[in-house]
Design a protein around this ligand. Sequence first.
Ligand code: GDP
Ligand code: MN
Length: 399
Amino acid sequence: MDIHEYQAKEILANFGVDVPPGGLAYSPEQAAYRARELGGDKWIVKAQVHAGGRGKAGGVKLCDSENDMYEACDAMFGRKLVTHQTGPEGKGIYRVYVESAVQIDREIYLGFVLDRSSQRVMIVASSEGGMEIEEISEQRPDSIVRSIVEPAVGLQEFQAREIAFKLGLEAGLVQHMVRTLQGCYAAFSELDATMVEINPLVITGDNRVLALDAKMSFDDNALFRHPQIAELRDKSQEDPRESRAADRGLSYVGLDGNIGCIVNGAGLAMATMDTIKLAGGEPANFLDIGGGASPERVAKAFRLVLSDQNVQAILVNIFAGINRCDWVAEGVVLALKELDIDIPVVVRLAGTNVEEGQKILAQSGLPIIRATTLMEAAERAVGAWQNDLTQATRMMALK
Ligand code: GDP
Ligand code: MN
């Protein structure tokens, strides 16, 4: 789960990382008020969306009057911000964060990530802040400092000092940098984060180490241990199809194709998507309905897959171990009756109670296309969709 910059800053501040004073606003009026509250004569206003690259996309503005602030926010609210990380559909701006502007002397990149090969938290830092890490690793790979944290002892002071020296910080700033690094590491490990990124971490004109930006992601499977983090979820920033699925306990990822998939088990769902491609089609989604899926759950899965307008055929692929084919078949029948589905539906069942399941499908009187193997199922789904298309074209030609 991702959170907003202002939320990440509040968390990190509680762990000893210094951030500029700021305030959240839900309207241009409120943003202008926040500026007045903060005082001073220069502020930065930042669109709160779950994506980086806001600066280049017009989501970060420097303002020098309350009126300026109002106008900048008026242009942001309700818009979709499109950055290189959001995809072409962009992310809605419903909150902005107003901060006192600071004078920047140096920008540093700082990231904490999980390094799969060492199975440890890795600190990635660079003296070339401000740029995205992808750019840095392309243009200035030599500037990148990497350091792996030993989990049994955590981030040691000498290790943090070493990072500070490698970044070329002057002696007077090292202690402040050590506190920043240790604060980030503590937040990362105590809150089960998967990523902490501060870009830029800056050295200010008056010699302070400040986090000007902050991004944090958390391990979904550990959120139950941190209700105060789970609460920070902002559904307006998620793919609506995916958040609807998560609310129903289904694991769903929307894709660009047109063959909807309803499968039990993540591995089988991946194999099903591959087979659809092999048969010449494109999957519309990844969907794992899990084990022990009740008929109601299967019907929910149908509703979810059909909420995607691009879906032109559905492939149900169930290998029932814990699941029962007769339950799944009942679910398919229930969904088809309830939802008035007018696209081809292909069902492949295998495993527990497969005969009963097949019987339910056969006796339903519904136009369900059945298949025995996965390859056969994928070919039929792709074939049925293409056939449907040619029929539709013929109809158009007749008109
Ligand atoms: P991102 O583009 O989504 O990563 O958003 P950032 O929060 O990193 O902001 C983009 C850029 O705006 C930063 O790299 C800074 O150069 C600049 N910026 C942000 N806050 C301040 C500030 O308080 N003062 C000044 N001068 N620049 C700022
Ligand atoms: Mn940034």
